[in-house]
Design a protein around this ligand. Sequence first.
Ligand SMILES: [Zn+2]
Length: 198
Amino acid sequence: MANRTRRAVAATGKAVAATQKAVAKKAAMAPLATLRVLGDPVLKQKARPVTEFDARLAKLAETMIEVMEREEGIGLAAPQIGVLSCVLVWADPEDRDQVRVFVNPCITRQSAECSSAPEGCLSVPGATVEVVRAEAITVKAQDLDGVERTWELSGLQARIVQHEVDHLEGRLILDRASPEERRRVLRELRERALAGGS
Ligand SMILES: [Zn+2]
């Protein structure tokens, strides 16, 4: 999810203190780090559950965090870098923007109370769409070691996680918009592309 910069300074500092070996490893991972945008078919596909909690999974999460921070987002799902695995990362606004990794997240409860707010998405650059979401959710997710935890989230936390879980199901904010709003956003994106903007 796109939003104001909410950098996890500690995590970035760690990444900067990289050895040459780590730098080489990062270079080898570079193709993974390409952000996929609207029109890329991978964004419409459903991600597959993770079954191996290995070094490859940890590397994927690391790359996702790098991309999220590079793009100044507050959430990112694996399909957004072309990987159809049920993994999302997000910067928790309630905890000094602590970056969390959710593997195989499953929303088990949604509050009846909903709220509407504008959302941006790193995969739909330049667009803002009004999206109705549950105000509070219960979500079960595993960590990089496969340990499951249940989270009670509300407000912006709940909104970010619902947005990213949508990505894992092949849904974008445009799929949540009213037909009028969808038309408006697509028209704006087209006009911007014609004007030579990005
Ligand atoms: Zn998004």
